[in-house]
Design a protein around this ligand. Structure first.
Ligand SMILES: Nc1ncnc2c1ncn2[C@@H]1O[C@H](COP(=O)(O)OP(=O)(O)O)[C@@H](O)[C@H]1O
Ligand SMILES: NC(=O)OP(=O)(O)O
Length: 311
């Protein structure tokens, strides 16, 4: 029975759209997520965790900008590192507490992770990754004029700032992460897609201003780990076709071919479900199983009783 799973927690599982971005709200959401992860550990799966940072990195970037003139602002790669540290800390602590509560003895460690991207990735010319708060269209139009942000409508949920999201090429710390996994440690890695870095010909690395999509970097993590299951946990129970229309229809069990066809038909938004389906298809092409499901139903989904399964 295949048992290794990479769980990618959506940034929205940590801070729901339109929820007030307090530390305690996020901690409570992380605590709930940790219960589900611990449940999956208890079911006997070997778990690797990654997570999003869209809402959080947007807020950190804004804190930076608002404080300009008082404290020196940091570049976006450093904001990514801050969000990875913050969420990694919360997840690590909540998961340790939940495992202890259940009498489980697995070790948990959060690894600061950098993701290699290419400096000439076309994504640097065309921002698509939504981050931060949701705004109405009217608010967004004013902000775009006043602050010069690029903003886009995000899957019917409101308008958000968008930043460059280059394709992940490799995970710099992959070897160490896999050594930890092989020794039975539950590793939290590639948070927020990993901090984006470019590598020069002499091997040195340096941060770049972007946010990597955590489902794309999660795919790299799942491939490196030779995982059996790649599970993307978000805020919808299933992927839908004709999403948000009266013809909306849940996808439950889909072949790679069928998923590709829906992708070509433009069924999935580029800043949200698109990268998830793209990653799911690539993982399934390896002969493995990808699952897209909600947090509440994740423990059922891994047993085949909920979610969208691509294989
Ligand atoms: N075809 C679709 N089926 C289901 N959800 C979709 C679809 N297209 C867009 N979405 C949106 O994708 C969102 C999940 O993507 P995203 O917000 O990036 O997730 P997360 O941050 O949790 O990883 C859902 O809340 C939904 O609004
Ligand atoms: N980095 C990233 O993909 O974050 P979200 O999952 O929050 O969008």
């Amino acid at each position: 029975m295949s048992r290794r799973v990479v769980i990618a927690l959506g940034g929205n599982a940590i801070l729901r759209p339109h929820q007030e971005a307090t530390y305690l709200n996020q901690l409570e959401n992380v605590r709930k997520s940790s219960e589900i992860i611990a449940e999956i550990v208890q079911q006997g799966y070997e778990v690797i965790v990654t997570h999003g940072n869209g809402p959080q990195v947007g807020l950190i970037l804004r804190q930076n900008e608002e404080a300009k003139g008082v404290v020196s602002p940091f570049p976006l790669d450093v904001c990514n590192a801050k969000s990875q540290g913050m969420i990694g800390y919360m997840l690590d602590q909540c998961l340790k507490n939940e495992l202890t509560r259940r009498g489980l003895r697995q070790q948990v460690v959060s690894v600061l992770t950098q993701t290699q991207v290419l400096s000439d990735d076309v994504a640097f010319q065309r921002p698509t990754k939504p981050i931060g708060t949701f705004y109405t269209e009217q608010e967004a139009r004013i902000i775009m004029q006043e602050k010069g942000w690029e903003m886009q409508e995000d899957a019917g949920r409101g308008w958000r700032r968008v930043v460059a999201s280059p394709q992940p090429q490799s995970i710099m710390e992959a070897k160490t992460i896999m050594e930890l996994v092989a020794s039975g440690v539950i590793v939290i890695a590639s948070g927020g897609g990993g901090i984006p870095v470019v590598q020069a010909a002499d091997g040195t690395i340096a941060g770049v201003e972007a946010v990597v999509d955590k489902d794309r970097s999660g795919l790299k993590l799942a491939q490196e780990a030779d995982a059996d299951i790649f599970m993307m946990v978000t805020d919808v129970n299933h992927v839908f076709i004709h999403y948000g229309t009266p013809e909306q229809e849940a996808l439950r069990q889909v072949s790679v071919q069928e998923a590709r066809q829906h992708m070509e038909d433009g069924q999935f938004s580029s800043g949200s479900m698109g990268p998830k389906m793209e990653a799911a298809i690539q993982f399934a092409e390896w002969g493995k199983r990808a699952i897209i499901c909600s947090l509440d139903e994740a423990a059922a989904a891994i047993e085949g009783q909920s979610g969208t399964h691509i294989s």
